[in-house]
Every structure is written in C-alpha cells, then in structure tokens.
Design a protein around this ligand. Structure first.
Ligand SMILES: NC(=O)c1ccc[n+]([C@@H]2O[C@H](COP(=O)([O-])OP(=O)(O)OC[C@H]3O[C@@H](n4cnc5c(N)ncnc54)[C@H](O)[C@@H]3O)[C@@H](O)[C@H]2O)c1
Length: 249
C-alpha cells in the first residue's frame, strides 16, 4: 500500500490514462479526487472505486478556469483535509485534420499548457503543507520531438509542460515537493484524437515505433504512479518517456 493515507487529485481523471491512474492509486490506498469536465464518467469511476472499498469523489473542473481551481482545492481540503499528489493530466489531442487552425492552437495552449500551470499554482501550498508533495505533469513525446501529423500547438504546449516541470522542480524543491513529467508515445487514442484513431493512419504511425505496437493507457498510468510513489523519492525535474522507443530514433 504505497499510498496509504495519501490524497491525490487527478485532472482528466475521467479519461483513459487519468482513469487508469485513479484506479492504480486507489488500489494502493490513495484517496482520490477525480477532476474532469465529464461528470457521468467521473461519477461512475468514483462509485467504482468506493465499491472496491476505496475512497474517491468526482469534482467538476475546467482546468483553464483559475476560479474553478480554487473551488476544486476547497473541496479537496474540506473532504480530505490535505493534498499529497497532483496529476496534471487533462488534455486535448494534437492529432487533428487542420494543423493550421488558430482557434485550436489557442485551445491546445489553454488546456494542455495553461491548465497545467494553474494546477501547480493552486495546489503548491497544500502540497508543501503535507510535506513530501508530488506533482506529475502529463507531457508527450510530442513535447520532445515533432511529428508530421501533429498540430504544432500540441508540440508547443507539451514542450511548455516539459520545461515548466523543470522550473517547478527547482522552485518547489525547498517545499519538499517533487515535480516530474511523463511523455507517452502513441497510446490508446484520446477522446479528441482524429488522425491517430483512424485504423489505416494508425498502422502507418506504429510502423516507425521500434517496438511495433501502440502503448496502453495503463502503461502510461504506471509511469505516473511510479513517479508519484516514494520509489521515486530522489527523482525531480526529470522526464519519463513511455513510447516503445519512438523518441530514441
Ligand atoms: N493517448 C495518447 O496517445 C497520449 C499520448 C501522449 C500524451 N497523452 C496525454 O495524456 C493525457 C491524457 O490523455 P488520454 O489518452 O487519457 O485522453 P482522454 O481524451 O481519454 O482523456 C483526457 C481527459 O481530459 C479531460 N479534459 C479535457 N479538457 C479538459 C478541461 N478543460 N478541464 C478538465 N478536463 C479536461 C477530458 O474530459 C478527458 O477525460 C493528455 O494530457 C494527453 O495529451 C496522451
């Protein structure tokens, strides 16, 4: 039970990777705040965790809204009394047909980039108070290397998350808070993926992955859980790639 008595807030917790992360953390004793826009899926997951003798609540949160972050943190404080782990995982995909859509560029930054900053800003003091706080930010291999099929706004936002993570790691180290990023490759497609969920396109994308397959949401979630655990006690400011070797090419 690596997370006994710890409290975790997972944004995008009603989605693929976020949902797996909530289940894995709860299975090891964490109490979970599942934060997302999708109330039906989030409430259902919270109920599933409670039915398995865990403790979880759903919080409706738009990560781009700074006031909504304050109210989400108020809910965490009043329900759980503390926060130990923040997983900034909410995001939208870069695998969209119009790679020059300006409105979508702004949306990519608002959710994937600014949303991550707002999360760190809202949770910093609570994590410091708990002592030994942890932040895991969800980047992507697209924050390290470019792809033909990806909107460059996604690269910009995920590269921003990668470097904000390193800034936070050095700025929050004296609070006792560790901050790391996770960089998945082609995993189970996102709700918002268009290009990478088309079967023919996906086969072509996977041909260049050294391991010759896509990853699962659970494989990404396991990397998050490792970084959130005391097994990673001396790891901060680092980036963990989970991509079947794609970015090593
Ligand atoms: N699936 C992949 O192949 C892959 C690869 C690299 C990185 N990632 C990253 O992993 C993270 C999770 O992706 P996933 O595969 O689970 O996708 P997903 O679409 O299943 O989940 C994303 C979740 O984020 C939520 N979300 C979106 N906008 C939000 C907002 N404004 N406020 C709150 N919640 C919001 C969605 O409702 C959804 O539940 C994302 O940041 C994504 O960019 C995914």
């Amino acid at each position: 039970m690596r997370f006994k008595d710890r409290v975790a807030l997972v944004t995008g917790g009603a989605g693929g990777i976020g949902g797996c992360t909530c289940r894995l953390l709860a299975a090891e004793g964490a109490r979970i705040a599942i934060a997302d826009l999708f109330a039906d899926d989030g409430e259902a997951l919270a109920q599933e965790i409670r039915d398995s003798d865990g403790d979880a609540i759903f919080i409706s949160l738009d990560v781009t809204d700074e006031h909504a972050w304050e109210s989400a943190m108020e809910t965490v404080r009043s329900r759980f009394g503390r926060l130990d782990i923040l997983v900034n995982n909410a995001g939208i995909s870069g695998a969209v047909p119009d790679k020059m859509d300006l409105e979508y560029f702004d949306k990519l930054w608002a959710i994937n980039g600014r949303g991550t900053f707002l999360g760190m800003r809202a949770a910093r003091k609570d994590l410091a108070t708990s002592g030994g706080g942890v932040i895991v930010n969800m980047s992507s291999v697209a924050g390290i290397v470019a792809h033909e099929v990806t909107h460059m706004g996604y690269n910009a936002a995920k590269a921003g998350v990668r470097l904000m993570t390193k800034s936070a790691a050095i700025q929050f180290a004296h609070d006792g808070t560790r901050v790391n990023s996770v960089h998945p490759g082609w995993m189970t497609p996102m709700r918002t993926s268009v290009v990478s969920s088309d079967t023919r396109q996906r086969d072509r994308l996977l041909e260049v992955v050294p391991m010759r397959r896509g990853g699962t949401a659970e494989e990404a979630a396991k990397a998050i859980v490792f970084l959130a655990s005391d097994d990673a006690a001396y790891i901060t400011g680092s980036e963990l790639v989970v991509d079947g070797g794609m970015s090593a090419l």
